[in-house]
Ligand binder design. Structure first.
Ligand SMILES: Cc1cc2nc3c(=O)[nH]c(=O)nc-3n(C[C@H](O)[C@H](O)[C@H](O)COP(=O)(O)O)c2cc1C
Length: 170
């Protein structure tokens, strides 16, 4: 095993840690929806329900999330690769590319995702070149009709079907 401290190695090892993909959204002060693609999402607590994610300080949206005080995490489905890319690249109006609505909590909710966590910000913590947002979950939605998107070594795609085999035989 190679022992070294550098950013490239860190990124390589993280790239070998497969994740799902989410889009995190909130609104600007005037109600305009904003959001970005995120895979730093993780579960934090069951009692109360809490999640976290982190945002790069270079993001244009840091201010909106800090001031918004609430956010939605959307767990993406395997058929949402284009949406994932749109929310990860510069675009005049990312929300013009999808169907969405504003929830009773005043948060933008994107259609066709696997799961939704609406959250109120519990804490935002500056950590190096990112800020970590911890949210207390206020509302949940699940879509049981779809399968998740997998992200691994910069590739997006469905979970290989053979992965489900052992489960189906249980
Ligand atoms: C799979 C994937 C995961 C990402 N995860 C994060 C993340 O956790 N935090 C983050 O700040 N940016 C993340 N990004 C990058 C942002 O989505 C991207 O930089 C986006 O353009 C930021 O929004 P902005 O251009 O409005 O600042 C990720 C991108 C991809 C493709």
């Amino acid at each position: 095993m190679q022992k070294e401290m550098n950013q490239d190695l860190f990124k390589q090892i993280m790239g070998n840690y497969p994740t799902g993909v989410t889009i995190v959204t909130t609104t600007k002060e005037d109600g305009t929806p904003v959001g970005l693609t995120v895979n730093s999402f993780a579960s934090v607590s069951l009692e109360p329900l809490m999640v976290l994610w982190s945002i790069d300080h270079r993001s244009s949206l840091l201010k909106e999330f800090k001031e918004g005080g609430k956010f939605t995490v959307h767990v993406l489905a395997e058929d949402q690769v284009e949406l994932c890319k749109t929310f990860a690249t510069k675009h005049d109006d990312r929300f013009s590319t999808c169907d969405w609505e504003i929830s009773s909590n005043g948060l933008p909710i994107i259609d066709g995702v696997l799961g939704v966590f609406e959250c109120k910000t519990f804490k935002d913590i500056e950590a190096g070149d990112h800020t970590v947002f911890i949210g207390e979950v206020t509302d949940l939605q699940i879509n049981k009709e779809k399968d998740p998107m997998l992200y691994h070594r910069r590739n997006f795609g469905p979970i290989p079907k053979e992965f489900y085999q052992p489960k189906q035989t249980m």
